[in-house]
Design a binder for this molecule. Structure first.
Ligand code: 3HC
Length: 684
């Protein structure tokens, strides 16, 4: 392997260049190369200053995450940062792309930082369940100030170079060719002594208000709920304001090692790679070329159609949106405009960006206007006959080679494709509501979907900033299919003696954003209901019959006040008890453990069935769906990773214990049984 670090001289400045694609991760070879280069610079009398820069798309994007969990290889990153900082000659970091994690720590070890305006700087370790562990929590507050460091470390969100310049993290912003500018800067500071050493600075931490930490915790309580790493980051930054640097880094290391040894960091690091793996299509020939998507058509200007449109408009792709009636069309276009205005008010878009995006939208009643679209997404009523009719019409007008997609959440994509003369161009694009916010996109591959159509969808997903997962054709695809057994068991548990708030509490304590009944009330209890109040076959039918359709009616599984605050409903309790009596269900005390075994374990079983049927490419894709689509806590990695961490035999034992009580058509996944028996895991 070639050495990732090279050096060259420009006058009396030594330029140290890293070339470690794709993101210049700080692998052992890079770390060693940096130390060697600094040693060489110090030893060479002709060198007066050093510039550290990177080739390729980015400055160092952090420690090499693939090395985590393996035996450490010297030199450690903290030693490398210390070595740079103690260099007797000025060292300048030349930052482009993203200086993240260990990469930012390297930059903090440098005496000066120069950046291009579109560079980003951040400490995303918290998203991997960690904290900046190479002195970052101690140096960053000393350079950027405590509030900024707190924000960056505990949330993991990067800041732009301009903001970094304003807070003192970047010393100079330079336009154009970065390295020559950095060299010029190095020449300017070559004789400056003493050198500014980040770890020795006191000016930015001296007046830190200790109350800010509790205020920050309080303001972010909801966001941080269940996570270990944000609190560790807060504590580490606070230590920087209380203790000398040398003591601070010892404490930082202790906290880092505690996090690294925990299950949350393992799960979050696993998930980092799971998310990236999801984009890869198994067995795709290298010669496959994606189709060009320059214009998108959307059929249906309802909530889904509108939300889907926003994704493309924001990515600069023109959208033609079609409706049947003027009123519905105006309403749809109005909702899109309002959405942009609200985002602009929150500072997410500038007025010009909003104007540009809205300028790309063409609302029309003319179906024929879809004729020149490269991709058409149908987002009409969830009914097979309606969808077939739409696709039949579309088939007659869409241009050859156009990709035809359905936003169905359950229906058979092959049946929809069969209503066209070009099933190879058809696939499912299942967006999650609200479609402009939720990151997940299930890309449903039909039996005849052409490889280039699938690839087109996966590439496009990245362009509109979605995380796409390939799913096969089955009822509910990956996400909703796994949801079903959970909802069925949750409902059964109510009849057997649990309350909606108990079931929901167990799920929220597990880390879900809400429980099954809170979710049903939010989405609408009446979704998919047969709409016949006299036909009462389930608890849900009973609620729907008296218009307890959820939050929108002020009543569902819970009662709601005018501020939509829920409280347990005596009416619902009464219905549950009556229904249980009618069905001869014996009521008893239900334990929280049983709720976990009855509602979460069947999800793992369903996930295993999805895998054995080939409906998901890999177990980690199922985890990506559940984390991004349904808010499964990322610190538990997703249902399949979680099952692995609990132990598959434990899941099987729990299901066996509960089997008699579960819905009669419950059956075990053979894959789950086999893996449990062999002591294997779904994920690595
Ligand atoms: N280590 C190892 N591999 C990495 C990596 C890292 N830090 N960062 C990215 N990669 C890999 C990805 O897995 C991917 O591999 P693949 O092509 O085989 O799937 C490849 O690099 C490209 O990554 P992306 O697909 O994410 O590329 P993007 O261009 O979309 O994004 C990025 C680039 C913004 C740099 C993004 O990759 C990123 O956010 N990386 C992680 C940054 C991070 O978390 N750094 C902190 C590491 S922990 C640390 O530094 C600890 C220290 O404090 C001690």
């Amino acid at each position: 392997m070639t050495d990732p670090i090279s050096t060259r001289k420009h006058g009396d400045v030594l330029i140290v260049l890293s070339n470690n694609p794709p993101v210049n991760a700080l692998s052992a070879a890079v770390r060693q190369g940096l130390v060697d280069a600094i040693d060489a610079a110090e030893a060479d009398e002709a060198v007066k200053a050093v510039v550290i820069a990177c080739e390729g798309q980015t400055f160092f994007a952090g420690a090499d995450i693939t090395e985590f969990g393996k035996p450490p290889v010297m030199p450690w990153l903290p030693m490398v940062v210390d070595r740079i900082e103690t260099c007797a000659k000025p060292v300048v970091a030349a930052i482009h792309g993203t200086a993240l994690g260990g990469g930012l720590e390297i930059a903090l070890g440098c005496h000066y930082r120069v950046a291009v305006p579109d560079a980003k700087l951040g400490t995303p370790e918290v998203k991997l369940g960690l904290l900046p562990g190479a002195g970052g929590t101690q140096r960053l507050p000393r350079v950027a100030g405590v509030p900024k460091a707190l924000q960056m470390c505990a949330t993991g969100s990067p800041i732009g170079a301009k903001e970094a310049f304003d807070c003192g993290l970047v010393d100079r912003l330079v336009e154009g060719d970065l390295v020559p500018h950095a060299v010029a800067y190095a020449e300017e500071v070559r004789d400056t002594r003493p050198l500014p050493v980040s770890s020795e600075r006191q000016d930015r931490i001296a007046a830190a208000d200790p109350a800010m930490f509790d205020e920050f915790r309080k303001a972010n309580g909801r966001k941080f709920r269940g996570f270990d790493a944000p609190e560790a980051n807060i504590r580490a930054v606070k230590i920087a304001t209380e203790k000398p640097f040398v003591e601070g880094v010892i404490e930082e290391r202790k906290l880092f090692m505690e996090l690294m040894g925990g299950g949350q960091a393992r799960a979050q690091q696993y998930f980092f790679f799971a998310e990236r793996k999801a984009a890869k299509i198994e067995g795709l020939a290298e010669v496959v070329v994606p189709r060009d998507i320059r214009k998108v058509g959307i059929i249906g200007a309802g909530t889904m159609g509108g939300g889907i449109s926003i994704n493309f408009l924001s990515a600069g792709i023109p959208v033609t949106i079609v409706e049947m009636g003027q009123e519905a069309l105006d309403r749809g276009a109005g909702v899109i405009a309002k959405n942009y205005q609200a985002s602009a008010a929150k500072g997410r878009f500038t007025a010009e960006q909003v104007e540009k995006a809205m300028g790309l939208l063409s609302p029309t009643l003319d179906f024929q206007a879809l004729a020149d679209c490269d991709l058409v997404i149908e987002a009409v009523y969830e009914n097979m006959d309606v969808k077939k009719e739409v696709f039949g019409r579309l088939d007659k007008i869409a241009k050859p080679g156009a990709v035809l997609a359905s936003n169905t959440s359950y229906l058979n994509v092959d049946e929809i494709a069969a209503s066209t003369s070009r099933p190879q161009d058809v696939l499912g694009l299942h967006f999650f509501s609200p479609a402009n916010v939720m990151k997940l996109l299930e890309v449903v591959r039909g039996a005849q979907t052409a490889p280039d159509v699938l690839l087109t969808a996966m590439r496009l997903a990245k362009k509109i900033r979605k995380v796409a997962v390939v799913a096969g054709v089955c009822h509910g695809f990956i996400g909703n299919r796994i949801l079903m057994p959970r909802q069925v068991e949750a409902m059964k548990l109510l009849l057997e003696g649990a309350t909606p708030s108990q079931v929901d509490r167990v799920h929220v304590e597990f880390g879900m954003p809400m429980g099954p009944f809170q979710m049903a009330d939010l989405a609408g209890v009446d979704i998919g209901w047969h709409r016949d109040p006299s036909r009462i076959e389930s608890l849900r039918d009973a609620l729907c019959a008296i218009e307890r359709w959820g939050q929108k009616k002020g009543a569902g599984f819970y009662d709601y006040d005018e501020k939509r605050r829920p409280s347990p409903s005596p009416v619902v309790q009464d219905i549950i008890e009556k229904f249980a009596a009618e069905k001869n269900v014996e009521r008893r005390e239900i334990s929280d453990d049983e709720i976990v075994e009855r509602t979460l374990y069947p999800m793992v079983n369903e996930g295993a069935k999805i895998l054995e049927e080939g409906m998901a490419q890999r177990a980690s894709d199922i985890d990506v769906v559940w984390v991004y689509g349904y808010g499964w806590p990322v610190y538990r990695g997703g249902p399949m990773h979680w099952a692995d961490s609990v132990g598959l035999q434990t899941i099987v034992d729990g299901l066996k214990r509960q089997q008699e009580r579960m819905q009669p058509d419950f059956s075990f996944s053979q894959l789950l049984l086999d893996k449990a028996a062999k002591g294997e895991k779904f994920t690595r």
